[in-house]
Design a binder for this molecule. Sequence first.
Ligand SMILES: NC(=O)c1ccc[n+]([C@@H]2O[C@H](COP(=O)([O-])OP(=O)(O)OC[C@H]3O[C@@H](n4cnc5c(N)ncnc54)[C@H](O)[C@@H]3O)[C@@H](O)[C@H]2O)c1
Length: 331
Amino acid sequence: MRSGGAESRDLRTTSEGPGKRQASEEKNMAGLLRQLYGHIGALVITIWACIKFFLPSAKKSVANDIVLVTGAGSGIGRLIAINFAKLGAKLVLWDIDKAGMQGTAEMIAAVGGTAHCYECDVRKKDMVYSVAEKVKEEVGDVAILVNNAGVVAGKRLLDCPDELIERTMDVNTMAIFWTVKAFLPSMIANNHGHLVTIASMAGSIGAVGLVEYCASKFAAVGLHESLMLELVADNVNGVHTTLVQPIKINTGMFDGMKDAPGIPTLEPQYVADKVVEAVLTNQKQLCLPKIAYLFSYLKSWMPVDAMIHIAKYSDSLDLMDSFVGRQKKDS
Ligand SMILES: NC(=O)c1ccc[n+]([C@@H]2O[C@H](COP(=O)([O-])OP(=O)(O)OC[C@H]3O[C@@H](n4cnc5c(N)ncnc54)[C@H](O)[C@@H]3O)[C@@H](O)[C@H]2O)c1
């Protein structure tokens, strides 16, 4: 049987003839060269990215662009919206918290900007689509979409009610599908746009007491990264993307959570400034603080047991034990 198989293989090879064999070898060689070119290119781009990391970059203008921020009624969403308004952008604010959103609109008016408020629960797909249509009719095409709305349950998985798991997945992940589907087509048509996903370092590294939150943020990171590649595959060069992955920010959302050893809580204004700067410079990924870039890198090659060892001996397994979450809205 074996020799029969070998014989038929030989016959096939012979029937291909020297011309076909040569063509196939040339094809393989071309494929190898293409791969080599890809790897050398990647190395050059990596070195250039490392250099650029420390250099100031040119900034684009967002004056008169329509910027939509979800969860703009408090925290970094509010501050990002105000920062864009100061740069002359026209703001569209979405939140379920009407009073918070109104507060943001007043702050925007105080810096001479304009803001349009829409009450929108991003968990509700139909509401996202209908409010998006209203925005298009009443304000215009959104150029910069900041998916910022986010929630956390702050409970260990077995103590977490199903409704809270669903809420986190719906707000932190599913909403991004709906808003992107609503606003990306006009960005592509205009070849002008920017998608910003406010994820988290919890989208790259798991944590105790944050199972549903990490799951939602890992999903948001995967969604963002794949979408970015789809834009590349489709040669859409006028729509940019920025993935934001901060550690803990002092907005109230994670009140009570212990700081990770050696990593202080970030100030909201610092994060908002960095996010807007990343958009202005078309930066594709922003990890905050800078040392956070190292976490993903270490995780990419370290054995899982080594990561567990670090988590244990850096006292990172009980960070959420004292979590209380947002007790009050910031002003
Ligand atoms: N605070 C942190 O430590 C931290 C760290 C990393 C990433 N993040 C992410 O940053 C983003 C903003 O967080 P924050 O700290 O400013 O929180 P925040 O609680 O101050 O703001 C979140 C906003 O989202 C709104 N929101 C919640 N559910 C909504 C819904 N269904 N529809 C519309 N709006 C809704 C809230 O009303 C609120 O105004 C979130 O995505 C969060 O996961 C926060």
